[in-house]
Design a protein around this ligand. Structure first.
Ligand code: ZN
Length: 241
């Protein structure tokens, strides 16, 4: 197994293009997508089309579900809400229909791996898995060696030893046979770990690494301005927050 895992593209075409180029250059066999194709960014249709063409697995995130009316947006902050409403207006009919078919979770038995946008415990409640306590609870909700998630836009590896002790890695990690892992693959289109470069993960049989890819942030920001998307969403891309 040597696959690329990407998540949280958020309609950022420049970031997605840069990541896809990097994936091709590295000759990674497959691309798995963990949700949030749309929301926040200016190119939802283009991003959905690229993902459809290139990914073996396509999951839905909360923004995808919101854009097609399948989840409430009351708990979205005002800027996210505004972007969802904008996205609903520009989404092509066939992309809307396609987004509705994406599941929120997929088990890859052969690879001993569960893929989910938010959490294995309640994949449609859209909770964030951020702390070791969140991880401890969620380790009880899947049987596989690995669970790969997105949603918080923060890349990390949480390793659970047979003793129950947990260790966090921020830069990737070896994957040991008798241990279990929750991995967040970071965000392609709106990183929040103060590194504005696009992020994705490469998963090998015994190792996971986070790859950072530079893209034309200003070009994306220019398109967002033209589309009239909220200023805080435009500005956060240059900070990676
Ligand atoms: Zn997201």
């Amino acid at each position: 197994m040597r696959v690329a895992i990407i998540s949280d593209v958020h309609a950022n075409l420049e970031a997605l293009d840069a990541v896809m180029r990097d994936i091709r250059k590295k000759k990674l066999g497959e691309v798995l997508f963990l949700g949030d194709a749309v929301g926040y960014g200016p190119n939802p249709n283009e991003c959905i089309e690229i993902l459809k063409k290139n990914c073996r697995v396509l999951l839905a995130g909360n923004h995808d579900r919101a854009a097609v009316g399948l989840t409430e947006i009351e708990y979205f902050n005002e800027y996210a809400k505004e972007a969802v409403i904008w996205t609903r207006e520009v989404l092509a009919e066939e992309n809307r229909a396609l987004l509705k078919t994406f599941p929120v979770m997929k088990e890859m038995r052969k690879d001993k791996m569960l893929l989910v946008h938010s959490t294995p415990k309640e994949p449609e409640a859209w909770h964030y898995l951020l702390t070791l306590w969140d991880a401890e609870i969620n380790f009880h909700y899947f049987d596989d060696m690995l669970c790969v998630i997105g949603h918080s836009h923060l890349p990390f590896v949480i390793e659970r030893l047979p003793s129950g002790e947990m260790v966090t890695y921020k830069e990737g990690s070896d994957l040991k046979k008798n241990e279990r892992y929750i991995i967040n693959c970071g965000s392609v289109g709106q990183p929040r770990d103060r590194d504005p470069r696009a992020c994705y993960a490469i998963l090998d049989n015994d190792r996971v690494d986070f790859i950072r890819v530079k893209y034309d942030v200003e070009k994306t920001q220019g398109k967002m301005r033209e589309a009239g998307l909220p200023l805080p969403l435009i500005e956060r891309l240059s900070r990676g927050t």
